[in-house]
Ligand binder design. Structure first.
Ligand SMILES: [Zn+2]
Length: 235
């Protein structure tokens, strides 16, 4: 009986370590070979995909399990762009916490339930939110709300005690546009709920991004209110 309890505790401990540090360990053993995107976002694959870090100074993954499984893998140029963008925002918006969502498999290919995300050039970002005190908090994600993807915001960008921080979101996109360019990339498309876009463009940083990148005009197959999907293109 004592032995069984010991092994159960050991298993729980190992599971916890794998969940918390598995992604970081995988990154440690990743090859330095450059990534190669094959085909399109809807029908393609990825060679030498790289995982995003589990967390950083001002950002965190949408799910430790998703990161452990490698559902946060992308082309190295996109990875660099995402990390450098967070680095710049840490200086300009030190109190804002960002959450990234799903990106793709290390080898690309079919990535259910997403229709694209196949060649390492698509990234989902969860919307930055503030609570009723106006403090930036990570969008709550768990198995009960599909890791944040099951959340429904109203037309004002409010869900329970959370409000979308449109200013921070616009600043994030603006910085991504500029950083992508430095890494030889271009943003080819952003999918975000059309009914929420006016709130985004209404902000200070929103004026800087309006017209610079193509936004989705029509509602997509699933409402993109809890996250914005960004496709990159290699220049
Ligand atoms: Zn997506």
């Amino acid at each position: 009986m004592k032995n069984k309890l010991f092994f159960l505790l050991l298993l729980l401990l190992l599971g916890f370590i794998a969940l918390k540090y598995g992604n970081t360990i995988y990154i440690f053993f990743e090859s330095d070979e450059p990534s190669q995107s094959i085909g399109t976002t809807a029908n393609g694959s990825l060679i030498n995909g790289k995982r995003l870090p589990t967390r950083g100074e001002n950002f965190i993954c949408y799910s430790y399990l998703g990161a452990l499984l490698g559902r946060n893998s992308i082309h190295h140029k996109v990875r660099d762009t995402v990390i450098q963008t967070y680095g710049r925002l840490a200086k300009e918006y030190p109190d804002t916490t960002f959450v990234y969502g799903e990106t793709g498999w290390p080898g690309g290919g079919s990535f259910r339930p997403h229709r694209t995300h196949q060649n390492g050039l698509s990234v989902d970002f969860m919307v930055p939110v503030v609570n009723t005190k106006g403090q930036s908090v990570p969008l709550p994600g768990s198995v009960f709300n599909k890791f944040g993807y099951g959340i429904e915001f109203d037309h004002q960008g409010v869900y329970r005690e959370y409000r979308i921080d449109f200013e921070a979101m616009a600043a994030h996109i603006d910085t991504l546009i500029n950083t992508a360019q430095k890494n030889g990339l271009r943003i080819s498309r952003i999918i975000f709920a059309p009914d929420l876009q006016e709130h985004l463009f209404d902000t200070k940083a929103g004026k800087l991004i309006y017209g610079r990148v193509p936004f989705s005009k029509n509602p997509s197959w699933v409402r993109h209110d809890d996250h914005y999907h960004i496709d990159f293109e290699i220049m």
